[in-house]
Write a protein that binds this ligand. Structure first.
Ligand SMILES: NC(=O)c1ccc[n+]([C@@H]2O[C@H](COP(=O)([O-])OP(=O)(O)OC[C@H]3O[C@@H](n4cnc5c(N)ncnc54)[C@H](OP(=O)(O)O)[C@@H]3O)[C@@H](O)[C@H]2O)c1
Length: 309
């Protein structure tokens, strides 16, 4: 009987129950094995504490409960030859698309502004624009960036999408690689970050990139806090280069109380909820990947460790 160890700080018992139903022929464990126990075949991980993965020893596959896996690579605890499978599922893609569109549309149609004006009983109609009068640039054309960009395009926004290899998204203009970054962002009214965090993408949202946007643009970050140079973001908001920002992710989470991002009047904070992992969908996805592996079939969404995503 193959053994699966779950290492997750969030509700491991509940996860184990779901795995026992999805993979009844496997032994599901949530407690660390003792020395001398039979080896673990697969590890299912969220954000394991330092040392946990290393102490389990070699496994056949590491299956992530999250889409972002930079913490697993940074830990250095996974052997070079052990494949890592990212979480890609309809729940994550749907959740992220909803959050990005909700923030974008609330800005585009001045919903938050009218909310503030209502508090002062102010009747101040703004010059409302149509979607086709705005440009959106989405950074990242992967499992999350593609559906977001496709939906912007379907709503009529002029849509640019930037990726490493110039991946095509229906209805959007595609840009590839570092040389095309500023061109992709130039004149955009909304910038959406859905990149993975790698050596190449950390600090990518800086003054240079924000300056390329249209004056008064809106920035939406659903990816990772370390993509953004926070002081450059604050400066762009203070100068009026940006009119607002919706941030779901931060360098330190939970965001410390004294962090200036909390207190900035033009920043909307959400507590890393843009695309939460839906347990039952994630378990089904992981179970299917384990079954594929055991039948000797190819597994989708393997991490390319040399690229970092
Ligand atoms: N806030 C939340 O709740 C939440 C939830 C889930 C995920 N996330 C974040 O979202 C990120 C993206 O997830 P995903 O599933 O969409 O990732 P993905 O499928 O791996 O897609 C990554 C995209 O980024 C592009 N890219 C990577 N490195 C690049 C570079 N150096 N320059 C230009 N483009 C680059 C890739 O280009 P190619 O297409 O050319 O390979 C690809 O289009 C995750 O890594 C995670 O950090 C956040």
């Amino acid at each position: 009987m193959k053994r699966i160890l779950i290492s997750s700080r969030g509700k491991p018992e509940q996860l184990a129950e779901l795995f026992r139903k999805a993979l009844p022929q496997h032994e599901i464990l949530i407690d660390m094995p003792n020395a001398g126990d039979a080896p673990i075949d697969y590890m299912v991980v969220g954000r394991p504490a330092p040392g946990v993965i290393a102490s389990v020893g070699p496994v056949k596959l590491v299956l992530s409960l999250n889409a972002g896996i930079e913490h697993l690579l940074e830990s250095g605890e996974i052997a070079a030859h052990t494949p890592i499978v990212r979480m890609v599922d309809d729940g994550l893609a749907g959740g992220m698309t909803e959050w990005v569109l909700a923030e974008a549309m609330a800005w585009h149609r001045n919903i938050r502004l009218y909310e503030r004006l209502q508090r002062d009983l102010k009747w101040e109609p703004q010059q409302e624009k149509l979607a086709h009068e705005r440009t959106v640039t989405v950074l990242g054309a992967g499992a999350l960036g593609t559906p977001a960009a496709r939906n912007f395009a379907a709503l009529g926004f002029k849509t640019n999408v930037w990726s490493r290899t110039g991946r095509e998204v229906p209805g959007a203009r595609s840009f590839a690689g570092p040389d095309a970054l500023l061109e992709a962002a130039f004149g955009a009214n909304i910038l959406v970050n859905l990149l993975p965090l790698t050596k190449e993408t950390q600090n990518i949202v800086d003054a240079g990139l924000l300056d390329a946007l249209a004056k008064g643009a809106f920035f939406i970050n659903g990816a990772r806090g370390a993509h953004v140079v926070d002081q450059d973001l604050i400066d762009a908001l203070d100068s009026g280069q940006l009119s607002g920002a919706a941030l779901d992710v931060f360098r330190i989470e939970p965001l410390p109380e004294n962090d200036p991002l909390w207190h900035h009047p033009k920043i909307l904070i959400s507590p890393h909820v843009a695309a939460p992992t839906h347990m039952h969908i994630a378990v089904q996805e992981i179970a299917t990947n384990i079954q594929r592996f055991e039948r000797g079939e190819a597994i989708p969404h393997l991490v390319d460790k040399s690229l970092g995503y």
